[in-house]
Design a binder for this molecule. Sequence first.
Ligand SMILES: C[S@@+](CC[C@H](N)C(=O)[O-])C[C@H]1O[C@@H](n2cnc3c(N)ncnc32)[C@H](O)[C@@H]1O
Length: 256
Amino acid sequence: MMGDMHAVTREALGAALVGASLLVLACQENAVTASSAETRNRHAERARMVEQQIVARGIENAAVIAAMRRVPRHLFVSRSEASQAYEDHPLPIGYGQTISQPFIVAFMTEALDLDGSEKVLEIGTGSGYQAAVLGEVAGEVFTIEIVAPLAERARETLAGLGYDNVHVRAGDGYLGWPQEAPFDAVIVTAAPDHVPQPLIDQLAVGGRMIVPVGEDAQNLVLLRRTETGLEQEAVMPVRFVPMTGLVRTAEREPGD
Ligand SMILES: C[S@@+](CC[C@H](N)C(=O)[O-])C[C@H]1O[C@@H](n2cnc3c(N)ncnc32)[C@H](O)[C@@H]1O
């Protein structure tokens, strides 16, 4: 769990790293003052986002709410998008991809029912924001991104913010991360047209997976692995970017 560093401290550190080029141009005293004011404003915007978009819509898990209050979402998007970082919608992150809407991040994290000790696999690192939220509420996070420059950028952002319990790999997440399996929870943030069998195989007994499934019409599906098989339920209609790579050619399992 990443509860050891105070939110403002982590945010100020991240803002300082992201704003390094600005510091070169500005006189140091003014830059530091501007950066502190920006940090305070973002903190207020984020607190408002959590109250209006997360708590008001029924998210109850205290650890998830605290994580959403803590993670500086504006540092996971470009400077030109930062002013919209706490609004109620996804944002572009380049390469035709998006950072998910804050509510969806909170909803999917809550659905995993984590207690802080788990090993979690995420498919679709994107900006790294969801991985940071997971890093706050789980033990260790392994996250895979198919677009290599996005994986690299997310790795740098997460490292700059001190998330050393989040491990980023560039690659096709369809195959999961067998060397680190089994996982107590799996979260998929790009939509496959079927649940990838390797991800089911890498889910521990008793573990949960949340995954958007479908093409035009998608549903968020929650799976639980039991001693004898899998339980699954569709929990919400959603719209995610499609999963790419091997999923396009992989065989569906019978009954999928
Ligand atoms: C909606 S975005 C993810 C948002 C991300 N979780 C965040 O917090 O910013 C979906 C991501 O999944 C990635 N993706 C698509 N297919 C993938 C695959 N087969 N393996 C790994 N990543 C994949 C996309 O490149 C994209 O970055």
